[in-house]
Design a protein around this ligand. Structure first.
Ligand code: UD1
Length: 392
């Protein structure tokens, strides 16, 4: 059997790493060998957004890099489809495995189905209900087309059933990103915050404050267009951070390239870098982020994956969005996260509540570090079924 898996952007790497390790383990212990080809679309290309994760998570270098780079959504998706079609014609895999909800996920699943190749989607069934979110479009299309839908939680399986997906295409396997967290947390937790900060300071940036100890800092990531592309949204959040959060805690903020650009466009960069108790960092590698998350008093984020990691680590998480495709991480489902949108009143209220709360780790069902093995087994099971049918 030949599996071709696809990655494109940063949040894909921690999902594909355990899957590749599961294939390697299978090949070590079985006579039957699975052939594996890794394709990187090249959507994220900076070392800090891509190469670092390959090295840290022992992902083998991609066999093929499509070199897509930045662009509008149509440019990224269109270019990926053109290049990926050529790859499929020469590689002829039995399965294409896509993860998550980035543009690569959509482009490669559509292209594979047009070549009549079976598609498996890992992290299927997540729905924010917000069609304005590019990732929601990617999730809907990918799930509609995939032959095998591997879900991270029961709510996601339920979403697929409600959309009319046939039961035999849905397998609840758990959260594959938690495999990566469990493999690496001991090593990450042994790291020093001091080292992390000093290794990740942006060029020319002067540290203005002492490096905080565990539980004495807030950690923030922000990159969604809905939070960073409009000054009237971005600036009030910045004011809240500068004027209020820094009274209680030091703010550690690894800045996404898009957000760094917007900070300069809005003329806020100088003010932010000169603030005491704000530490700006370059985008962090996996271990650095995991270490800082495990000691943060509170997380402020618009990322999807961090909501899940906070749930396992017990870090109170303020999700700066009005909806989430990961409701299992919310307080009402027993999780550590609360939706605060981009309304400062709401952020302030929930921030105060989070400060008063104890760290409470929570483990949703099957977030046990063994999801990648179940993913591979599900593909093998379905392949057997297809083989049975063609015999008759
Ligand atoms: C993408 C994903 C998003 C994910 C995020 C994590 C889609 C639709 N979105 O959004 O789901 O949460 O990645 O980071 O696929 N840039 C660089 N270097 C890079 C990559 C990007 O400087 O290596 C800059 C470019 O100026 C680019 C901007 O960042 O315009 C945004 O990158 P892009 O790939 O368009 O989307 P993300 O916002 O990163």
């Amino acid at each position: 059997m030949k599996i071709l898996s696809v990655v494109g952007a940063r949040p894909n790497f921690m999902k594909i790493a355990p899957f590749i390790h599961a294939i390697n383990n299978f090949n070590r212990t079985n006579n039957e060998k699975i052939e594996h080809v890794l394709v990187h679309t090249g959507q994220h290309y900076d070392d800090r957004m891509s190469k670092t994760f390959f090295e840290e998570l022992s992902i083998p270098e991609a066999d093929i890099n499509l070199g897509i780079g930045s662009g509008t959504h149509a440019e990224q998706v269109g270019q990926t489809m053109i290049e990926f079609e050529k790859v499929l014609k020469s590689e002829k895999p039995d399965w294409v495995v896509v993860v998550g909800d980035v543009n690569a996920t959509l482009a490669c699943s559509v292209t594979a189905k047009k070549e009549w190749i079976k598609v498996c989607h890992i992290e299927a069934g997540l729905r924010s209900g917000d069609i304005k979110m590019p990732e929601e479009v990617n999730r809907l299309v990918t799930d509609r087309l995939s032959d095998l839908l591997l879900t991270p939680d029961r709510l996601s399986s339920e979403n697929l059933r409600k959309e009319g997906t046939a039961e035999d295409r849905i397998v609840f396997v758990g959260n594959i990103m938690i495999d990566t967290l469990e493999t690496n947390r001991v090593k990450a937790e042994a790291m020093s915050i001091q080292d992390i900060i000093h290794r990740n300071l942006p060029a020319g940036y002067q540290l203005k404050t002492a490096v905080p100890a565990d539980e004495n800092y807030a950690l923030m990531t922000l990159h969604r267009p809905s939070n960073v592309d409009l000054k009237e949204v971005f600036e009030p959040i910045m004011r809240f951070l500068m004027d209020e959060v820094t009274k209680d805690l030091t703010l550690i903020w690894p800045v996404h390239p898009r957000t760094m650009k917007q900070m300069r466009v809005f003329g806020l960069y100088d003010e932010i870098v000169n603030r005491l108790r704000i530490i700006l960092l370059e985008p962090l590698g996996y271990f650095d982020m995991l270490r800082l998350n495990s000691g943060a008093r509170v997380m402020l984020t618009d990322s999807g994956g961090l909501q899940e990691e906070c749930t396992i680590l017990g870090t109170s998480c303020l999700t700066l969005r009005w909806n989430t495709e990961r409701p299992i991480t919310l307080k009402e489902h027993g999780g550590a996260s609360v939706l605060v949108g981009n309304n400062v009143e709401r952020i302030r209220e929930e921030y105060r509540t989070a400060l008063a709360k104890e760290r409470t780790p929570i483990r949703p069902q099957l977030w046990d570090g063994h999801t990648s093995e179940r993913c591979l087994q599900a593909i093998l099971n379905v392949s057997e079924k297809f083989a049975d049918k063609s015999d008759h």
